[in-house]
Design a protein around this ligand. Structure first.
Ligand SMILES: Nc1ncnc2c1ncn2[C@@H]1O[C@H](COP(=O)(O)OP(=O)(O)O)[C@@H](O)[C@H]1O
Ligand SMILES: [Mg+2]
Length: 334
């Protein structure tokens, strides 16, 4: 199989100044990444904020040099073959502000299509189709400066597809979009891949459901390292040896102390102020540890409102590998 993307021991460091008079410090955003994406794959990079996803994408799209290691896109070296790589790819980042405010949505998409030499008629057909998909047809003649953040994001999504790239990089394409728009975008990504089996997409996300729903294979990344890489099914199967419990507790409290208890592989706690309760998700080594957990909570007189065993999700895969949740607040600094 032909490799669309390949990285070898890829490292990227940033030097950050801690402040006046203070010594600068090195952040290792990518810490030896080895990745292979086959032609035709819809490949997901799943990790919390700060994991290194955008840094990896920026290197692959030739916007950033690696500190060491190698990266290839369509067999071409990102440090040497900049132009031929750029001709083959496109990229969409959630939250970016590309385009010129004085142009309309249609003009912007048209302009980008012409940068890539897309024939007149083809470009117009694609633009119309894409605007329909993301529900932006009514804004086709609106100036970009007048668009809301969500609308801009939808326009950028269209910009990524309008050039019909061989390899497409989608960096958090549904970030901040409402549920329906995100669903339409995901559906389009899937259809596009079905229609063009020789295309490749590398998508990053910190929404586990998105990776699970869309991707043929997923790499889980944290602190610049790939922790696991497989199909969503296979990843979930790996954690199903243990036991995943969801426990609802009638208090609002911090339950991080449970992390040190025997058998606990991972824990997230989600407090709900309205309901005055905390829901714990516990990944245990096996079911044998459940009674011990209950007596711990009973001893502390914490009311248990409900408890159930749940099927593993990709979030649980992450929880098992890292010990904390994908969307936990301290995820990037922990
Ligand atoms: N230009 C930069 N200068 C300094 N640090 C950076 C820069 N870009 C990224 N980083 C740091 O590198 C790490 C990875 O960031 P990023 O690749 O943006 O993660 P993600 O996209 O997964 O949220 C973070 O710790 C971030 O603060
Ligand atoms: Mg990012």
């Amino acid at each position: 199989m032909k490799k669309s993307i390949k990285t070898i021991d890829l490292v990227r460091e940033f030097q950050v100044k801690a402040g006046k008079g203070k010594e600068s410090r090195i952040i290792r955003a990518l810490d030896g990444v080895n990745l292979e994406v086959e032609e035709g794959e819809l490949f997901g990079l799943l990790g919390p904020n700060g994991a290194g996803k955008t840094t990896l994408i920026k290197i692959l799209v030739t916007l950033l040099y690696p500190t060491s290691g190698q990266a290839f896109v369509d067999g071409l070296d990102v440090t040497r073959d900049v132009l031929p790589i750029r001709q083959r790819i496109n990229m969409v980042s959630g939250g970016e502000y590309s385009g010129y405010g004085i142009l309309t949505v249609k003009e912007t998409l048209w302009m980008f299509s012409q940068f890539y030499g897309i024939p007149y008629r083809v470009a117009f057909e694609r633009i119309n189709e894409l605007l329909e998909v993301v529900g932006l047809k009514s804004e086709a003649n609106t100036r970009v400066s007048r668009l809301s953040t969500g609308m801009r994001q939808k326009m950028n999504f269209c910009r990524g597809f309008v050039t019909d790239p061989k390899i497409l990089f989608l960096d958090e394409p549904t970030l901040g979009l409402d549920v329906e728009a995100a669903r339409d975008i995901r559906a389009y990504v899937k259809t596009w891949m079905d229609k063009h089996p020789e295309r490749t997409i590398l998508l990053t996300t910190h929404y586990m459901a998105e990776a699970d729903e869309l991707c043929d294979r997923v790499a889980i990344i944290d602190h610049g390292k790939i922790l696991a890489c497989d199909t969503p099914q296979a990843l979930k199967k790996k954690v199903s040896g243990g036991s995943i419990m969801e426990i609802s507790l009638g208090v609002l409290d911090d339950f991080t102390w449970l992390k040190g208890k025997p058998g606990v592989k991972g824990l997230t706690s989600s407090p709900s102020i309205e309901k005055n309760r905390t829901t714990l998700k516990l990944v245990l080594e096996s079911e044998e540890f459940v009674p011990g957990m209950i007596s711990e909570l009973n001893q502390r007189q914490i009311p248990i409102l409900g408890m159930q065993s749940v099927e593993p999700t990709l979030e649980d895969v992450f929880l098992t590998l890292v010990g904390r949740g994908l969307s936990d607040e301290n995820s990037s600094s922990a």
